[in-house]
Design a protein around this ligand. Structure first.
Ligand code: PMP
Length: 457
């Protein structure tokens, strides 16, 4: 029993009283009962230790209960938890200044929220007010949040309800160079490449041209002549670490701006050094968005989100009064500030780059070894391993098979995630403090889980 409650009782309450269908109660056949965390480790109620490579979905950026962040939180808890942003308290200014110093010009004005969904809701509203247009375009397979507005933006059947969500949201094809129609194996910004041959000539990506043509078709057939916004995740998260051809964002940004729209980078998963080579995912695409939304890793698991935009867009937004009770509260700001310090002091972005590249390279060797590992991709510690029935058909590996490998990996002591439109992609997005020994442990566990599955067949 845990604090007087058996596991059966805990699950029973979850099934009947607490978001009953959460991840089909709850994620594993034998769910994990988490009790405690430290850095990249979690312990269950029986004292069993897990290497956490999912990090609350790329949220625990600098490690569970990171001692530096915990100390900052404790200090702030004793001083002031909450007042209201109507008053001036130092933490919000201190953090705002620190955060915008990490973004390129002209992205210098920040609004705080409490989640990624709220940040994206705010971003749509600001885009509409600024441009005077209404329609927003997002990529198929994208995830932008669970509010009615953000549900309209995102494109993932699993998270949709049969009720009207936000009006004026449209999708264009996701330029997925593995599962998409046109290949594009040498065109994405990753240490490893897909295995399909592509039709590109040097310096010129055929797939990219085709996906750009798709967007133009959306402009010609689906939306009004002027649009409000184009939303993209620099690497799709829930969609399964999907990466686009190298010039895709650069070219689409230009087209969107010609249509009067603003370009919004959803950095909820890719921000704060996760992609390793850059602090923000968009920097890897060589673009500067008009607005950046962020959450998750911003405060290492304490609810917080933000929208950063330009002074010009902020002026358009000043026509009304924007208020958010908890947004930018002193506790969240003190924690987020300490997260930024920790990423820098402990060289976590550098670690993301180094260990991400190592993991991707080693996982690509497993891809070449096993018929059911179709694709290995990503950047830094935002990694996807797409599983297939076989390499020729690329049919998604059925869920029963995915679940066997997933459960086995957990039983051997490693937590990873699942994603992709067909639940076919394992997702690796650990706290950015993992070590090479952790990476090696995971690689041997994952190898064993895939081997176990293939031997059972
Ligand atoms: N954008 C992206 C890219 C996300 O991955 C998520 C959450 N999975 C969100 C937005 C929504 O964030 P939240 O759950 O904090 O509302």
């Amino acid at each position: 029993p845990y604090q007087g409650m058996s596991k059966e009782r805990l699950l029973d309450i979850r099934k009947h009283n607490c978001n009953p269908m959460t991840m089909k109660v709850t994620y594993y056949k034998k769910p994990v009962f988490i009790n405690q965390g430290h850095m990249q480790w979690l312990w269950d109620v029986d004292g069993r230790r897990y290497l956490d490579l999912f990090a609350g979905v790329a949220t625990v950026s600098v490690g569970h209960c990171n001692p530096k962040v915990t100390e900052a939180a404790e200090k702030q808890l004793r001083r002031l938890w909450h007042t209201t942003p109507i008053y001036v308290y130092p933490q919000i200014q201190e953090y705002a200044e620190k955060l915008v110093s990490l973004l390129p010009d002209p992205l210098k004005v920040v609004y705080f929220t409490n989640s990624g969904s709220e940040a994206n809701d705010l971003a749509v509203l600001m885009a509409r007010l600024h441009t005077g247009n209404f329609d927003a375009i997002t990529l198929r397979g994208s995830y932008h949040g669970g509010s009615p507005q953000a549900t309209g933006l995102m494109s993932n059947t699993h998270y949709k309800y049969p009720v009207p969500s936000s009006l004026g949201c449209h999708n264009t094809m996701c330029p997925d160079v593995f599962r998409g129609l046109w290949g594009g194996s040498h065109c994405r910004d990753s240490p490893v490449q897909t295995i399909r041959e592509c039709s590109c000539s040097p310096g010129h990506c055929y797939a990219n041209d085709m996906y750009i043509k798709e967007l133009k078709e959306v402009f010609d057939t689906t939306v009004p002549s002027r649009i409000a916004a184009f939303f993209t995740e620099p690497i799709q998260g829930v969609g399964g670490a999907v990466q686009y051809p190298k010039n895709y964002l650069k070219e689409t940004y230009q087209l969107v701006r010609e249509k009067g729209g603003i370009c919004i980078a959803d950095e909820v998963q890719t921000g704060f050094g996760r992609t390793g080579s850059h602090f923000w995912g968009f920097e890897g695409h060589n673009v500067i968005p008009d607005m950046v939304t962020m959450a998750k890793g911003i405060a290492n698991g304490i609810p917080m989100g933000a929208v950063v935009t330009t002074a010009e867009i902020a002026r358009s937004f000043a026509k009304g009064v924007h208020f958010n009770t908890f947004g930018g509260n002193p506790l969240a700001c003190a924690i987020a500030s300490s997260v930024l310090d920790t990423i820098k002091e402990d060289k976590m972005q550098e670690n993301s780059a180094e260990l991400g590249t190592y993991l991707l390279t080693e996982l690509a060797k497993l891809r070449d070894k096993y018929e059911i590992i179709g694709d290995v991709r990503g950047k830094g510690l935002q990694i996807g391993v797409e599983m297939v029935k076989d390499k020729a058909s690329r049919t998604p590996l059925p869920q029963e098979a995915m679940n066997e490998i997933f459960e086995d990996t957990k039983d051997m002591g490693v937590l990873i995630g699942k994603g992709g439109l067909y639940g076919q992609t394992f997702r690796i997005k650990p706290p950015m403090c993992i070590t090479k020994a952790d990476a090696d442990f995971f690689l041997s566990v994952f190898n064993q889980a895939v081997l176990n599955y293939t031997e059972r067949r």
